[in-house]
Ligand binder design. Sequence first.
Ligand SMILES: Nc1ncnc2c1ncn2[C@@H]1O[C@H](COP(=O)(O)OP(=O)(O)OP(=O)(O)O)[C@@H](O)[C@H]1O
Ligand SMILES: [Mg+2]
Length: 271
Amino acid sequence: MIPTSFPGYQVVEKIARGGFSEVYKVTPVGVEAVFALKALNDRGMRDPSGRAALSNEFQVISRLSHDLIVRPRELNADAARPFMVMDFFEHVPFRRLIGEPTARLADNLMVCAEVARALVYVHEQGYIHKDVKPDNVLVGADSIRLVDFAFAERPRRWFSRAPRLEGTPEYLAPEVLLKKRPDRAADVYSFGVMLFEAAAGRLPFLGTTPEETARAQLADPLPFIRHYRREAPPALQTLVESLCRKKPRDRPCDLREARAQIMKCRRDIPT
Ligand SMILES: Nc1ncnc2c1ncn2[C@@H]1O[C@H](COP(=O)(O)OP(=O)(O)OP(=O)(O)O)[C@@H](O)[C@H]1O
Ligand SMILES: [Mg+2]
């Protein structure tokens, strides 16, 4: 059942349903404005990591300040259904654009270049996002937003517990699948997978089960983008291959250069 209100907010409509949460368009009571409200769903209420992820996301985005990251407004962790409120961003999820047969390579590359810019900033602030994928990129009329900082963290070198497997198998770096402590190279890999998908229109590594997908991430070479998209410049293949290298230390550690190369590839698309 869709709730019609949260303490202090009226629900306008439900926007999305995720693993642990639901996102609503809301208006604050007595004020003419719209915000996005992310509340735990039943699963998020049952799993103790749901609450932790919501608070974590609010804290992380509260410490970030960037034009490609939505501003947080309020966290209510004590409500019957804990929620956080942030600026509302009118958009189409990048996932939907990638799937469209008429999607233009130049447009998709522009979106990826902007995501690289957001990630450069996130990494400079000492955080890793840990869930980079097209579902977490919102494409507006003339700008984008990188969202869903539920798993974001400052990488820690010392950690006594084996890390919990978070994220989405199709985008997870080999070292993450092997339960090693991730650093920003894990985001670089996931970004590489998304860039491949944005160019080719399909995932580079995909099995019929999560285990098969993981095996492909660990062992398979990157397929050729040009098999799926003839106009993809060869330099794009070279770039994605470097981003998706199996060993984290072999990947570029900074996405600034990747962004520049994406923009160059964009200019080199034959018209
Ligand atoms: N600030 C926002 N403005 C408008 N829509 C948003 C906003 N934030 C999120 N959304 C919408 O809600 C969807 C889900 O958001 P998000 O990825 O943060 O949550 P989630 O995937 O449910 O989280 P989790 O992965 O923790 O289950 C987005 O794809 C987007 O469509
Ligand atoms: Mg999400």
